[in-house]
Design a protein around this ligand. Structure first.
Ligand code: NDP
Length: 239
């Protein structure tokens, strides 16, 4: 999976490892990633690491080959790495636009492309994109992020159609606001306003997203493809 060292990513790595999967993720800062790996190891959880910036197709391909070298073929891919560069569109620079599109959306092409042929040959695969509630409903100050996240679902439903006959399901999880660094970095007064809009009256937990991801993996979920699973405390109930 990508972005495994982050708030949601760590929960996904933990849950998948605890349910018997061999898990790998990428890193950009080796020292930080090794410290993270040791922390999980202390809890009895093993996650393999491979260097790679997912916004680069060459890096992504090398990362996938390294994971295959360490663990064997990739049967499950979770495209989770993501960033925000928030500002209203009339102030947005092309760099803020590009960084968000390449990290959140181009990364789906970059990482999925080197794994898809193997999945098709083996006639089994699971590809899960972590999008966002804000790709479903839009968000003030996030034209770049909302475009990237909505694009991830467009990617999901096309890939789902192309690969259904090969035993590969492709789905999206669209989280609402989860209490990770990304959201805790938002000023407290803004966060309080966000929580007030969530029917459950609280932020989500990273493991609640990990649970949604794990739902798509078993053979029993083989009929579910091209779906978008909203996990947002009831904040948005559209597609
Ligand atoms: P974090 O910021 O905690 O983690 C992001 C992860 O992505 C980190 O591991 C980071 O690695 C990695 N990453 C970022 N850019 C790159 C890159 N170019 N190449 C490789 N890895 C990269 O975010 P969250 O855990 O909160 O979010 C995970 C996903 O969930 C994101 O896609 C986010 O958009 C989405 N999401 C989050 C929500 C929330 O409320 N938190 C709500 C809805 C969606 P590094 O340590 O190297 O930076």
């Amino acid at each position: 999976m990508t972005g495994g060292t982050g708030g949601i990513g760590t929960a996904i790595c933990r849950r998948l490892a605890l349910t018997g999967h061999r898990v790998a993720t990428n890193y950009r800062n080796e020292e930080k990633a090794r410290a993270w790996q040791e922390k999980l190891r202390a809890d009895g959880i093993e996650v393999a690491l491979a260097a790679g910036d997912v916004s680069s197709d060459a890096d992504a391909e090398a990362m996938v080959r390294e994971v295959e070298r360490q663990l064997g073929p990739v049967d499950i891919l979770v495209n989770n790495a993501g960033i925000t560069r928030d500002t209203t569109f009339h102030k947005m620079t092309s760099q803020q636009w590009r960084e968000v599109i390449t990290t959140n959306l181009d990364s789906c092409f970059n990482v999925t492309r080197p794994v898809i042929e193997g999945m098709r040959a083996r006639k089994w695969g699971r590809i899960i994109q972590i999008a966002s509630i804000n790709g479903q409903k839009g968000q003030y100050g996030q034209a770049n992020y909302a475009a990237a996240k909505a694009g991830m679902h467009g990617f999901t439903i096309s890939l789902a159609q192309e690969n259904a006959k090969f035993g590969i399901t492709v789905n999206t999880v669209s989280p609402g606001y989860i209490g990770t660094d990304m959201v805790m970095a938002v000023p407290e007064d803004v966060r309080a306003k966000i929580v007030a809009q969530i029917p459950t009256g609280r932020l989500g937990e990273p493991d609640e997203i990990a649970y949604a991801v794990a739902f798509f993996i078993p053979d029993e979920a083989g009929w579910i493809t091209g779906a978008n699973l909203s996990a947002n405390g009831g904040q948005y109930m559209g597609w």
